[in-house]
Every structure is written in structure tokens, then in C-alpha cells.
Design a protein around this ligand. Structure first.
Ligand SMILES: Nc1ncnc2c1ncn2[C@@H]1O[C@H](COP(=O)(O)OP(=O)(O)OP(=O)(O)O)[C@@H](O)[C@H]1O
Ligand SMILES: [Mg+2]
Length: 299
């Protein structure tokens, strides 16, 4: 018996299931702006023009959304602080197509950092008091977000991540990509001498630290930029997400480079799941930071 996509959808009860999604590859514009306090209709128009500065398509081709995260009154008049999210309609539609074909009813498209913030907001809002950095360390990119009292203030994406670490190990130790990946996960920043003979162990430690230091430098730069730009003092905490956050010994190692405490975010912290096999997912919890925000999405 063969099953097509739509019957698969039925089988897994996907059909007509409401789903909130985000696209991690396509760069949505996410930017924090201070705008004059003008009527909503005018604000939308002004934000459309702000968004247009970042895209080459016609203004009508853009979809935008925004979140008011603060209001202030000052000598120069009242202002609103907004987080603007924008993308190209055609590109977003193309991304949605396969999901629609799988039978999902898309009820929301969110931006990844906002979905992560929403997940923490629901689970443990106290973690978001003050200035908090949410750093997603992926395979090929790092997303550095700073949130102030729960409102996203800065988001910056840089190239780099776990794949670079694996590649460097493979190259410098002369091993295959899969062995390098295995060694990276087994040893991480812990003592390599239990797994490798001395010379190789020393080389391994040198390479992995060099690569991790590169990532740390990017995070430090972004946080410094935020502090200067927003005239803010120290961070309250730095939460790590993404697969590379699972690198053994990473948060301890990073603690030496930041004043703020470094913690691995656990989006499942408040969830007791009995289902067999869930331990495999739980062991990779930092990879699900945004997914948990989407799963709990409400209009
Ligand atoms: N236990 C582990 N120890 C160290 N690294 C790990 C571990 N598990 C996964 N990784 C690394 O995490 C990375 C994948 O993380 P993640 O799933 O967050 O990436 P992604 O979202 O697919 O990538 P990107 O965000 O860069 O597009 C890979 O580089 C992988 O080697
Ligand atoms: Mg990722």
C-alpha cells in the first residue's frame, strides 16, 4: 500500500491542524526602532517605508508586522519603541507552500527570536528581567538577541557555529568529518586526554578553544554594541540555545569571558512528558527554544 503526502497528513493527523511556524533560513528583517507617537495608521505607513530601506522589491511586495514594546515622553515629544518584522510576500509564500501541501493550516508566521522570548515569557518570565542575551549557537550561524524586560531590543546574525568547529577538528587532526563530529560531541571543552593520546589531545584542545573563542568574540562584540547603542549597563544573564550550546563544558568555559551568568536554556523545564522516547528530545532541549514558543502560540 502506498501513501501519498496528503494521506500521510491524515495518518499523522496533520491535515487542518493549526500550526505556527518560523523560517530560520530566510532572513526576515527584525529591527528595533524608536518612532514618534503618531496615530496607528500613520505608524504603519511609516514602518512600511522603514522596512523598504532594507529590501529591493516594491513596497507593495512587503508584508510587515510590528510590536509596540515601550512608550516614552520626552522634551522632543512622545515616542513609541517598536520591533518591526518584515519580509517579502512572494518569498514567504514560497516557503509556506510545502507546509500547506502537507496539510498544515498556517495560523501564524513568527520571527525566531520572538518565538524564543515568548516561550520563556510563558515558562519563567523572571528570567527576562533586566537586560538578557539570548544566543542561539547553530551549525552555520549564530543569532545574538538582547531583550530588555521581556522586549526584544537587538537581534544580529553572524556566520559561524558548530560546523566550523567540526571542520577545524577534521582539518587539524586529519580525521573524517564524522569522526570529528563524534570527538567534538564526546569531548567538547572537557579534558581530551581521556579519549586521545597526548599530542593529539593537546592539538584537539587548542583547535576547539580557538574555534569557540571566535564565537565568543562575536557574542561579546554584539553585546558591547548593544550596551553602547542603548546606553545600558551590565547584562543580568546570558541564555544559550541551539545545538552548539550542547558542547560539553561550554557554559563553564564561557563564564570566564562574561560577567553575567551563562545558562543553557531549557524550554522543557516546566514540562513533564511521560511519552517513551522523549528523553532523546529532552537531551537536545536547547535546539527547541523557538519551537516551544511556536507550539504554545495563541492568537
Ligand atoms: N551534543 C552536542 N555537542 C556539541 N555539538 C552538538 C551537539 N549536538 C549537536 N551539536 C551541534 O549543533 C549544531 C546543530 O545545531 P542546531 O540544530 O541548532 O543547528 P541548525 O539550526 O540546524 O543550524 P543553523 O541555525 O546554523 O542554521 C551542529 O553543528 C552539531 O554538530
Ligand atoms: Mg538554528
Amino acid at each position: 500500500m502506498s501513501a501519498g503526502l496528503s494521506s500521510l497528513g491524515e495518518e499523522y493527523q496533520l491535515a487542518r491542524q493549526p500550526a505556527a511556524v518560523c523560517f530560520t533560513e530566510r532572513a526576515l528583517l527584525i529591527t528595533y526602532l524608536t518612532m514618534p507617537a503618531i496615530p496607528d495608521q500613520e505608524l504603519v505607513e511609516a514602518l512600511r517605508w522603514e522596512a523598504k530601506k532594507h529590501f529591493s522589491c516594491a513596497i507593495d511586495e512587503l508584508v510587515i508586522d510590528y510590536l509596540v514594546v515601550g512608550r516614552e515622553g520626552g522634551a522632543e515629544g512622545n515616542t513609541v519603541e517598536v520591533v518591526l518584522v518584515a519580509g517579502e510576500r512572494a518569498a514567504l509564500m514560497a516557503d509556506l507552500e510545502p507546509l500547506k501541501q502537507a496539510g498544515l493550516k498556517i495560523v501564524a508566521i513568527d520571527a525566531t527570536p520572538l518565538a524564543w522570548v515568548a516561550a520563556i515569557q510563558r515558562r519563567a518570565p523572571e528570567l527576562l528581567e533586566g537586560n538578557v542575551a539570548l544566543v542561539d549557537l547553530g551549525a552555520g550561524k549564530i543569532d545574538i538577541n538582547v531583550v530588555r524586560n521581556g522586549a526584544l531590543r537587538m537581534t544580529r546574525r553572524v556566520a559561524g557555529g558548530g560546523q566550523g568547529i567540526t571542520d577545524a577538528i577534521a582539518r587539524e587532526l586529519g580525521v573524517s568529518a564524522s569522526s570529528a563530529e563524534l570527538l567534538k560531541r564526546q569531548i567538547g571543552l572537557e579534558n581530551p586526554r581521556q579519549a586521545l593520546e597526548q599530542a593529539r589531545a593537546d592539538k584537539f584542545a587548542e583547535v576547539i578553544k580557538q574555534e569557540v573563542n571566535r564565537l565568543i568574540l562575536e557574542v561579546q562584540r554584539s553585546i558591547e554594541f548593544y550596551r553602547v547603542e542603548h546606553r545600558q549597563s551590565a547584562l543580568q544573564r546570558l541564555l544559550l540555545g541551539g545545538g552548539t550550546a550542547l558542547l560539553r563544558g561550554l557554559s563553564g568555559y564561557m563564564s570566564g569571558y562574561f560577567e553575567a551568568p551563562i545558562e543553557l536554556d531549557d524550554p522543557f523545564a516546566e514540562f513533564h512528558v511521560e511519552k517513551a522516547g522523549f528523553d532523546v528530545v529532552r537531551a537536545q532541549a536547547p535546539r527547541f527554544t523557538a519551537a516551544m514558543g511556536l507550539a504554545q502560540w495563541e492568537a
